[in-house]
Design a protein around this ligand. Sequence first.
Ligand SMILES: [Zn+2]
Length: 159
Amino acid sequence: MTIGSILLGLALLIVVVLILARPLILHGRHKSTIAPLSTRQQLLLRKENLLNQIRALDFDHDTKKIPDDVYTAQRTELVAETAEVLKQVDTLGTEDQAIYAEIETAVAQLRQSNHQPVVSTNGKGRFCTNCGQPIDPGDNFCTSCGQDMRKQQPVLENR
Ligand SMILES: [Zn+2]
């Protein structure tokens, strides 16, 4: 065997391996793109599958295909497994709710910071707490909307 034919053989081997591995690599990529969504779906599919098994078991029992003791044992096992899956779905659900609550809190905080009264009492820049228009330092009422600025001052001093 010459070095040339060994190299050719190696090259062919690499090509063959790459061709064989390609679907696996592509499959892996495809899987990873849908993975973040699938935990809950996988659990729900599993639950559906278990419920079908329980139904099938019930049917087999009704049609006397399996004895009572086997039926009871298998059904107990399936129901326990289904309960476990449902518990996991519930856990996911509360995690989702926690995330939503977190988002709502963040949005509320953002809203608050955007709506903070734009009033300063340092005399340079004074703005209406109602409409946000600038007010002359000496004015007690907003010239745009008539907001009583004297009422706002104790609140501002507490901040
Ligand atoms: Zn105003």
